[in-house]
Design a protein around this ligand. Structure first.
Ligand code: 3HC
Length: 287
């Protein structure tokens, strides 16, 4: 099936980046939907800032920037957002009930042929598919932050996802110039987060046990494993709340060994979430 129109639900940290990649690289006609105008305005501003960076580095022209922006439409109305779409990419906040409600509603308004994908990092694709009458046309399409720069998309097959749906999503990812991996079974954390989240959790444990300073923990992993940034800094980028939420899903759905460290829980209780609240392990208010 050929995808022409893509709708992204959510204009936040991931949603705006996915919408941008779809319009800029995939050259798709994109609709970005959120529930309040200020969220849409913020998303468009982030897209503009990102495009400006590419222009100032000579990676795209001013004309390409304007053409990309012209391909992105916005709306607050869910029905209007999805009723013409061939592919929906859901990127609403990581809350299972909200995602299920969204899938249920979207299923009513989208055309019969349309595929509904979720950018979730931890919610079961099979469970989201069950909220619709088209489970064979539901799959996971997990981008990484920032979607504009990160090459990978994990594609997740739910219990009833058809091979045709997977193939169509693979083609879309290719048009977006992304690399893909196929997660053959719908399992918590997929591939990347199942390995990443325990690593981040252990970095918190090392800090709490006062084994090393945060700077040295990050330096060790940056230089010892060639990560682009250390685990505590990455945790600040992802957000302690998101990291905790994923850890809890891994713990409850997979194995007790994934239990989050008390230190991580305390960061969340103290609202030390990282970049989004200005403070996490590091102070982001000056940057
Ligand atoms: N759009 C355009 N440009 C951007 C941008 C964006 N959204 N974000 C950053 N940039 C720019 C920076 O401003 C910088 O520009 P400058 O050189 O003019 O200052 C440039 O990109 C390069 O950035 P950096 O110099 O900081 O670093 P790198 O070039 O090495 O790479 C990076 C940037 C790819 C983001 C790198 O820092 C990185 O790989 N970080 C780790 C990211 C990561 O691990 N993401 C996965 C998180 S896990 C996840 O998302 C899953 C979820 O489910 C939890």
């Amino acid at each position: 099936m050929e995808i022409k129109k893509i709708t992204v639900l959510g204009a936040g940290l991931m949603g705006h980046g996915i919408a941008q990649v779809a319009a800029q690289i995939g050259k798709y006609d994109v609709t970005m939907r959120d529930i309040e105008q200020r969220f849409i305005d913020n998303g468009i501003n982030m897209i503009r800032t990102s495009l400006q960076k590419f222009v100032s580095k000579g990676q795209i022209t001013e004309t390409e920037m304007n053409e990309t922006l012209a391909r992105i439409h916005t709306t607050l109305d869910l029905k209007q957002a999805v009723s013409n779409a061939d592919l929906i990419i859901e990127a609403v906040p990581e809350n299972i009930e909200l995602k299920k409600t969204t899938f249920r509603e979207v299923d009513v308004y989208v055309p019969k042929h349309a595929i509904i994908a979720s950018n979730t990092s931890s919610v079961s694709i099979t469970e989201l598919a069950s909220a619709t009458k088209r489970p064979e046309k539901v799959a996971g399409m997990h981008f990484f932050n920032p979607p504009q720069l990160m090459k990978l998309i994990e594609i997740i097959k739910g219990a009833k996802t058809s091979d045709e749906t997977i193939q169509t999503i693979q083609e879309v990812a290719q048009k977006m110039e992304k690399e893909t991996v196929l997660v053959k079974k719908d399992t918590p954390g997929f591939i990347v987060n199942r390995i990443l989240i325990p690593a981040l959790n252990e970095a918190v444990a090392l800090l709490w046990e006062d084994i090393a300073t945060k700077e040295d923990i990050d330096k060790a992993i940056k230089l010892g494993l060639n990560w682009p940034m250390g685990p505590l800094m990455l945790l600040d980028y992802i957000g302690a709340d998101t990291t905790l939420a994923i850890a809890e899903v891994l713990q409850h759905e997979l194995d007790e060994k994934f239990h989050p460290h008390p230190g991580l829980k305390q960061m969340v209780k103290a609202n030390l979430l990282g970049r989004k609240t200005g403070k996490g392990f590091y102070d982001w208010t000056q940057k």
